[in-house]
Design a protein around this ligand. Structure first.
Ligand code: SP5
Ligand code: ZN
Length: 372
């Protein structure tokens, strides 16, 4: 299987995020993508390709141009304002209740994009865990090009291809970034496939978190079915979306399927949800599945609470490929760095119908593989 990778992600070199107001070591770091790259290169069965430039049009096909402009100029604004900070994060967010009782007209007049970077970050952002640095915009643009080049490979005839996207994308909504995500790589890919083929497209989101951004972008669309397996938002980020009763509206009514799981969910719980998800995907026409692939479902993940093992990723990849549909597999989250490479190798080899032989025991500690 071909892998699309760009070193531009290295410019999004964040080291700190904030969690409930406290600075903590960043989870979404450059080492993540490098671990996966090393493992796939060492495997030998994954030829690498560089992304090609697809321009801005596929991005504004799903995102507000204002979001693109903000992300493009945010860091130079920080510099222009003379702010001496390691990263840009919002000061104030426009909480809905700030405008309670005002007419929609008043709200749209008052709740507009401010001028200062700290306010603009709040206007466009969801949370303080997506710090923006000098190289963020270039990295986010490259991640979109990685996703679109992966689409090109599949529409060009490949059965499957893998885009090593970083930063990830599924929390980014039409007019909002957040959750370590800036542009929604999977949504941009799905939209490009719809436009190129005229077919319906399914998105299978197997990141630990609900892909609120992808759900929002396609909420009232009848041509993109979004199916997500994730931690119940009653206990996990993004807290405000991801429940089973969110099914879409209008032309999208019935096109959104959320499968929230309990804390401690294990391999068998997960595979049962995968079967339900794939049944929903196969219930409608289409020849391509976009997979939002996260490894934060892993038992040792520092921000997840599922109990999956490396073996199950091989089986999930196998089952998804067994649908017979072509796969555009795009990387989302996964924060236990020692296991990322092996988990990716297991998933992708499963999707190709190849056996997965874990690295020899000598590498056990380095690779953090928990036996199934
Ligand atoms: C793409 C993706 O996986 N984004 C995830 C964004 C999660 N942001 C919130 C992180 C909360 C960290 N919680 C730490 C809890 C430690 N027990
Ligand atoms: Zn996640």
């Amino acid at each position: 299987m071909q892998v699309v990778y760009s070193p531009a992600h290295l410019g999004h070199d964040i080291t700190v995020e904030t969690f409930m107001g406290m600075p903590i070591p960043a989870n979404e770091v450059a080492e993540r993508a490098e671990k996966i790259r090393w493992a796939l290169e060492a495997d030998g069965g994954f030829p690498f390709a560089a992304p090609t430039d697809h321009g801005e049009a596929p991005i504004t096909a799903v995102h507000d141009p204002g979001l693109v402009r903000f992300l493009e100029v945010a860091w130079s604004e920080v510099r222009r304002q003379g702010l001496v900070r390691p990263f840009l994060s919002a000061d104030t967010y426009p909480n809905r209740q700030m405008f309670e009782g005002m007419t929609p007209e008043a709200v749209s007049r008052l709740a507009r994009e401010p001028e200062q970077a700290a306010g603009r970050a709040g206007f466009w952002g969801l949370d303080t865990a997506a710090p923006l640095v000098a190289g963020t915009y270039s990295a986010a643009r490259a991640a979109v090009d990685v996703a679109l080049t992966t689409v090109d490979l599949v529409l060009g005839g490949a059965t499957s291809a893998y885009g090593l996207c970083r930063p990830p994308g599924h929390h980014a909504a039409r007019s909002m970034y957040g959750g370590y995500c800036f542009f929604n790589n999977a949504a941009i890919a799905a939209e490009a496939i719809v436009r190129a083929t005229g077919e319906r497209v399914a998105i299978l989101d197997v990141d630990y978190h609900h892909g609120n951004g992808t759900q929002q972008i396609f909420w009232n669309r009848g041509d993109v079915r979004y199916v997500s397996i994730h931690a119940d938002p009653d206990r996990a980020y993004p807290y405000f979306l991801g429940r089973a009763d969110e099914v879409g509206e209008g032309a999208g009514a019935g096109e959104n399927l959320n499968l929230p799981l309990r804390g401690g969910a294990a391999n068998d719980d997960y595979l049962a949800a995968v079967d339900t998800a794939l049944e929903a995907i196969l219930a409608v026409t289409g020849s391509v599945i976009v997979v939002s692939l996260g490894f934060d479902t892993y038992g040792l993940d520092p921000i997840g609470d599922f109990a999956l093992t490396t073996d199950v990723y091989h089986e999930v990849g196998r089952r998804v490929a067994a649908t017979g549909r072509r796969l555009v597999v795009l990387q989302e989250g996964g924060y236990h760095r020692p296991s990322l490479g092996e988990n990716a190798r297991a998933w992708l080899r499963g999707a190709e119908g190849r056996a997965f032989d874990p690295l020899p025991a000598a590498g056990f500690g380095d690779h953090g593989v928990v036996a199934g």
